[in-house]
Design a protein around this ligand. Structure first.
Ligand SMILES: [Zn+2]
Length: 569
């Protein structure tokens, strides 16, 4: 048994996340964490909301709230949505925590002491009327490339080009609308990534466990050349910039660290939050000089976040010169699209986490997004494919199997697991086939190949249906009660086994299924177990009702209207 640390990319604070965000980091991290815990490993799954930066300040202003109150509320909303989806975080923290403030300042101090941070003078836009510098999106104006009016200081929404606020024509303050803007000199801290290029490259090349997608993105980023990065901003909301001694920094009062600098440090700080709240210890998870040497650290994220986790955050860690645990394995996901386009709140395209649970239980979504997720290429969500997957995999294959055998045993064998008879060649062959399917599911989960793992789990469920067809206890009952008893007993053992296989992806349904045969064990099946001889004769069983309702065409039509579907031809 090993100790495993899992983190998933931190969801940004401004609003509830859509299904693509869920499918690309938090859900697979949860499924894999459940799989590893079910094998008996000690595992810590950490996530948090990413709360600093301009978008949070602007969203709070738009909501008429101060930013701290806005973040308090939004954090609770996201935490509740995660829990409702069965995301089994050990801790869901906040990057605005005191722990993260302290640790971010400590990292900056260590980086500066090692010569990797320096002060530079930037020319930035200052608003006379607002009495402040205006970073990024705080300046708007006319795009110099396409003449779009209302382009933001960091990017033009019309032509998509990245901008610097000083590029804008006829700029004005997004805070007050004032055009009394000047370009002024202001001091900022820079992280000298150019000096860290070789150590980062050596570190990446030493990593043998990374998937190809992650490694190739990381090396491409390095090949393009690192730049020294400004890590401070003129904002009020964030981690205050401190001096080399950890105290105030003369000339940089009122500045904070850039959100990209403090957000990943929250992985560590959230573990501190967890330790302080639960009486756990965090240092043996993160400090390789204090026990973290034997921890396996796995990160889950969307592909847009890979360069940041393989180069950006490692620059902070490696540059600190301190013995921090770094990532052993990365699992990156592609995009989940909505009918080939983007999810969009404003255009009402796509389903967001809270809406999804208004129409169907979490397990339906968890199955579809894991078994058909954007794992090796971008994938388009369509209602039709979703309907097909739920109806075939969950209703017809798993649900129908459990339903049939439990109901039959209830009505024909007095609601208990029947005794009598001996397993024969049909059961022996079933056991061989199951071994292959379960070995495949285990191997694919170990390799973090979620689609393939789900295919193998489904293949095991199919074996159950094929077995019932062949053993046909309802026919055998007319002539050979013992033979029928063997079929029913084997079928009820399969019910218990299928629940264990389903549990990482379908945690709620797995509990219901296992309860129908009076069992509670949801550990991952081990190769040496006698799977078909666990549910002993005489144990009471009880049908739990329909497990998975089929999705009807009328529902698809209704949801297409409500959430959008294929673009009109
Ligand atoms: Zn433009």
């Amino acid at each position: 048994m090993s100790r495993i640390l899992v983190t998933s990319a931190l969801p940004y604070i401004n609003g509830i996340k859509h299904l693509g965000n869920l499918a690309g980091s938090m859900l697979p991290a949860d499924v894999w964490s459940r799989f590893k815990r079910a094998q008996g490993h000690e595992l810590l799954y950490i996530c948090a909301t990413d709360e600093h930066g301009t978008p949070a300040e602007l969203a709070a202003a738009a909501a008429g709230q101060d930013v701290a109150t806005y973040c308090d509320e939004q954090h609770e909303i996201q935490k509740r949505a995660g829990e409702a989806f069965g995301l089994s975080f050990d801790w869901f923290g906040r990057s605005s925590s005191v722990q993260n403030r302290r640790l971010t300042q400590d990292f900056a101090q260590a980086l500066e002491a090692s010569g990797f941070i320096e002060e530079r003078v930037d020319r930035m836009i200052y608003s006379v009327d607002d009495a402040r510098f205006l970073p990024d999106r705080y300046v708007e104006g006319t795009c110099p490339h396409c003449a779009h009016v209302g382009a933001r200081g960091d990017q033009c929404d019309n032509c998509g080009r990245l901008l610097d606020p000083t590029d804008l024509i006829a700029p004005y303050s997004a805070v007050s609308g004032s055009t009394a803007l000047e370009v002024r000199d202001t001091r900022h801290l820079y992280l000298l990534q150019t000096k860290l290029e070789q150590p980062i490259r050596d570190w990446i090349e030493s990593k043998t466990g990374w998937q190809t997608l992650a490694k190739s993105i990381a090396l491409k980023h390095l090949d393009e050349g690192l730049i020294d990065r400004g890590i401070t901003r003129d904002l009020k909301w964030g981690v205050p910039v401190t001096g080399p001694d950890g105290g105030p920094r003369p000339g940089m009062e009122g500045k904070v660290f850039y959100v990209w600098f403090d957000a990943p440090i929250e992985y560590i700080a959230a573990t501190q939050e967890w330790a302080e709240a639960t009486g756990g210890t965090w240092r043996d998870w993160w400090r390789t000089d204090e026990g973290a040497e034997d921890v396996r650290y796995v990160q889950f994220m969307g592909k847009d976040n890979v360069a940041f986790h393989t180069v950006g955050f490692p620059a902070t860690i490696i540059g600190s010169g301190q013995p921090w645990k770094t990532v052993d394995q990365l699992k990156a996901f592609n995009w989940l699209n909505w009918y080939g386009g983007k999810f969009s709140t404003s255009q009402k395209r796509g389903v967001f986490m809270d809406q999804a649970l208004e129409i169907l239980p979490a397990d339906y979504w968890r199955w579809y997004l894991t078994a058909y997720g954007p794992e090796h290429s971008d994938t388009a969500f369509t209602w039709e494919q979703f309907q097909g997957a739920i109806n075939k995999d969950l209703a017809d294959v798993l649900g129908n199997f459990v339903n049939r055998i439990v109901k039959f045993a209830e009505s024909k064998f007095d609601g208990v697991v029947p005794e009598g008879g001996e397993p024969g060649p049909v059961e022996a062959q079933l056991e061989i086939d199951l071994r292959a399917a379960i070995a495949e599911a285990t191997e694919q989960f170990e390799a973090m190949e979620f689609r393939k793992a789900c295919q193998a789990i489904r293949a095991a469920w199919v074996l159950g249906n094929e077995y019932l067809q062949e053993a046909a206890p309802w026919t055998a009952l007319k002539t050979d009660r013992d033979r029928a008893a063997v079929g029913v007993r084997t079928g009820l053992n399969l019910v218990a086994l299928f629940a264990r296989l389903a549990a990482p992806v379908l945690p709620v349904s797995a509990k219901t299924i296992t309860a129908s045969v009076g069992a509670t064990d949801l550990s991952w099946p081990e190769a040496g177990e006698a799977w078909l001889d666990v549910i002993e004769p005489g144990r009471p069983i009880a049908h739990q009702g329909v497990l998975f309702a089929k999705i009807e065409d009328v529902q698809v039509a209704d949801w297409t209207q409500r959430f959008g579907g294929a673009p009109a031809a």
